[in-house]
Design a protein around this ligand. Sequence first.
Ligand code: ADP
Length: 673
Amino acid sequence: MRPRSPLRSRRWLLWGALLLLVTLLLGVLVFLAREYEEGRDQLAVERDAAAVASDIRSALIRNVQTLQSLHSVVPTPDSWMAPASEVLARHREMVRLEWRDNSTRLITFRNTPYMAEPFGAMGREAALPDMRLACEAARRQSGPAFSASYFWPLREGMGMEFMEMCLPVVRSGVPNGFLVVTYSLPGILNELGNKDVLRGHGLAFTEADGTRLAVHSAVQDNRRVLRASTLLDLPGHTLMLQLESPRVSRSGFYGLFPNLLTAVVGALSLALLAVMAMLGRDMRLRQRAELELANALAFRKAMENSLVTGLRARDLQGRITYVNPAFCQMVGFAPEELIGTGLPAPWWPPELVDEYQQRQAVRLAGQTLPREGYESVFQRKDGTRFPVLIIEAPLIDAQGVQTGFMSAIVDMTEQRRVEELNRTSQERLQATARLATVGEMASLLSHELNQPLAAISSYATGTLNLLDGPATGLPQADLQQAMRRIGEQADRAGRVIRSVADFVRRREQVREAVMPSALVDAIQPLLVLQAKKQGIRLQISVVPGCPPVLCDRTMVEQVLLNLARNGMQAMPAGCPAPESGLRLLTLRVAPLRQPPAGRSAKRWVEFGVTDHGEGLSEDVRARLFTPFFTTKAEGMGLGLSLCRTVIEQHGGALVFEAAQPRGTVFRFTLPAA
Ligand code: ADP
């Protein structure tokens, strides 16, 4: 793995911190919103509790007035009963109503019709101390006073919290006993609380430590309850009132976002997180792009540095904007010396500045940049010159606007050197070739002229012999014949010289239609002469009906002469045995029924020269046509190679095989005219 750069790890750290802060902010916001919400709910409950307490107090004070109305006209114990019953019927919270005299002795009483015998089980006496304390207080204050509440057991193990209220009755300014009301605390809660406020709420009287004295209603789930306690301040006694309110459902999404504020804050935070995630993604993409760009740049740099071609960029005013190392090396200037320089360029030879300026102006105006480039001469810093090839292309920026020119410059010094070398070696080669041609011509001429010269020499010798004889009776005819032959051979020698020269120079040879018999006839006297000299029998046959052949007559005659002479030389005197009768050389000309392998289907004539000499050894066969290969002391080794070249130039082929019973047969073909 690649180690992270410090810049990268710092960037990650910052991102991490930002994420943490945003998460924290989100958490705090949600928490605060919830707190606010709960505080608001709690306040509402407390307000409700205070309202309930106030309701109850007002109702109790109203009750005092109702009770006072009982004694507005002086009652008798009997007349008191009816209105007392009525009051009890209307006020279910009152359990018992007593009229007592100034020393709290009971004058008369009435029980609530809603409860059977509230003081039946234990007797009223047990509650009297509380009542007396209340009346004491009432007397002192000259107003109603409440006793502390107390638990009063009822039948069947039940019980109830009771409270006494003592109201002094005054008649004509004189205390005239007390009205004592026993309140049931549950009754107070049931009857005096505002029913609308209490719907769905729990209401109870509690002790200071939270113990419930009387319960009107309770909220089921204890954990999801908001509680508010308030004091119910009554004359003589203070009760604690507790109101319970169920919390608004806070489960699920609404639990997390209990109100619009929290929801909005949450949504905004989520949006912030999303934007951050997108920013992060964007940054990652950007980082990747940056990395790719850096790699591409490094790659380009490496490529430029490895180039041997010089690169140079110019802006539209001709100022250099970029050069690569190869270019600097070429011209011998440092990049700093080149970048920013305008025209004339530092590498322009001083005497060519005008020409180059013009060229530059034309290029900038017309923008005609030849794709194949143009050649020029540059001058190095040290003053030396070198030829270059410049290929220019317009420089287009990312917006597609031309900003200048990019040129590739190739140093042509080496190429010029190689070209020069090639030229001189070519010239040398041509001279050598001319020499070789001369040599070849000389060799061939000396080879081919041998025969006519030998013939001329023989005829001259013969003539001299005739002339040496008796002067009279000179065989005129023989002499003339010999002189004619000499003349013919001299002619022939001349023709051979021309043909060989043409052949060696590979000029287009003169082709003519010649009857095969005419070819044979032309060389026959020479063959006869040689054969006679060596004592060899000569057999010449031309199959009748042979078509004329298209050929360079002299050269084909030379081929026939060479093959015949080789054949005769292969049969020296004494070999093969004279008695075998095989010292025979056959020359046969016949039309060919089938074209030779690989040749076109036109008509061909085949010439065959058969000897019965020693034949060809394996080694000789392999090198037969190699120029200058010979086994003879006076041989030149050019005969067969010339023969093959001549025949192939005519389109024919020269082949050989063993003859029967011994010797060799050479055959060649020529196309019919
Ligand atoms: P040269 O006759 O001057 O030696 P050639 O090219 O005509 O040159 O022949 C090359 C060699 O091929 C000869 O030296 C000879 O050994 C061999 N050769 C040519 N023709 C015959 C033949 N008819 N029989 C045997 N050997 C032959």
